[in-house]
Design a protein around this ligand. Structure first.
Ligand SMILES: [Ca+2]
Length: 356
């Protein structure tokens, strides 16, 4: 509202007040004090009410005629962006455009993701991430004799870095070694999936056609589930698809955070079917929170032994590692939510320690 708008109004109020003052004086002279006093008070209260109302209204952000409010401006910018890049609306990832912009991603960042020729919808990843929970993972080979001897050799080779991390974070060197073996066999298997494709694909897991495909995949399993279980399994699939889609959406934002905060080129990142990358198999959100630059070269590079070792130690310490076995189990479980995983990591760590 223009600043001069309240002036005529206040002028009117003041004139009204003067007029009523004259009126009051006339009545006082006539000995009608009580009536005049009531009239004066009610006039004063009315003025306060009106001025308060005007004050509140004038504090609201107002636009000049023809000018858009901030929300309107944002919408107009978005429409202009989509008009200019209308081909994006035919992308398989079009359903994610509005949610990503709503979550605060800027249009240039979104464009960089969506114009990336390497970005692909990988249908198999939806199935693996949504229905994969039905397949039990066997971790027992991780503490077989070959695993123990390889881990002891790695520990000897990287002892200085491992002991440095142990001293700094209070996490034993054999536990860090054990996680590096279980996760990637010391960097030998870090995953081949392009990270943006992993998360953009899984973020679409709850789209109706993808839920339908997963329901069909469930029926085609070998052996197929019992027909009496199908309804509850379908509901489980829907709930998991929604949960996974939300999770992957957050990881896309974390990839963008990695680019902004650490100037890291996420287009060079490849990882597992679940989007974990590097020797330590961190998710982008874990990278943002817990990765550290172990060798102080200015880069948090989880494909390097130094940074991976320090980052694992930092992760476990931050997530509760302590002298109590329950805290240790909890910290490792946080790393990978599986009791079999926790058992494999701690068993291998014990065997490494015995063999050193
Ligand atoms: Ca580094």
């Amino acid at each position: 509202m223009p600043f001069f708008m309240p002036i005529p109004f206040l002028g009117t109020c003041i004139a009204w007040k003067i007029e009523h003052r004259i009126y009051l004086e006339q009545h006082l002279k006539q000995g009608r004090e009580r009536f005049g006093l009531i009239f004066s008070i009610s006039t004063f209260v009315l003025m306060i009410l009106i001025v308060t109302l005007f004050g509140c209204r004038s504090s609201e952000p107002m636009s000049e005629p023809g000018e858009l409010s901030p929300a309107g401006q944002k919408l107009a910018e978005r429409s202009a962006f989509l008009r200019e890049h209308s081909y994006l609306l035919t992308s398989p990832f079009a359903p994610l455009i509005d949610p990503l912009l709503d979550a605060g991603m800027d249009t240039l960042a979104l464009l960089t993701f969506l114009q990336d020729p390497k970005l692909k919808f990988e249908e198999s990843l939806v199935k693996i991430n949504v229905t994969g929970y039905r397949k039990k993972v066997d971790y027992s080979h991780n503490y077989a004799p070959k695993a123990i001897s390889s881990s002891i050799a790695f520990h000897k080779e990287h002892e200085a870095t491992l002991k440095d991390a142990e001293k700094k974070y209070g996490v034993p060197s054999e536990v860090i070694t054990s996680i590096l073996w279980v996760e990637t066999k010391f960097g030998a298997y870090t995953g081949k999936y392009y990270l943006p494709s992993v998360f953009f694909t899984i973020a679409l897991a709850a789209e109706p056609e993808n839920i339908e495909k997963n329901k069909q995949a469930l029926r085609a399993e070998n052996p197929p589930p019992n027909p009496s279980e199908l309804d509850s399994l379908d509901n489980r699939i829907i709930a998991r698809a929604q949960k996974k889609a939300k999770w992957a959406f957050g990881e896309i934002l974390a990839l963008d955070t990695i680019r902004r905060l650490y100037h890291k080129d996420y287009t060079s990142l490849y990882g597992s079917t679940a989007g974990a990358f590097g020797w330590s198999q961190f998710l982008p959100s874990s990278y943002v929170r817990w990765s550290v630059d172990g060798d102080k070269d200015g880069d948090r590079d989880l494909f390097s032994s130094h940074d991976a070792i320090h980052s694992i130690a930092n992760y476990l310490q931050t997530n509760g590692w302590g002298p109590d076995i329950k805290d240790q189990e909890k910290a490792v479980y946080h790393y990978n939510n599986s009791n079999d995983y926790v058992n494999a990591v701690l068993t291998l760590a014990r065997k490494i320690k015995e063999g050193l």
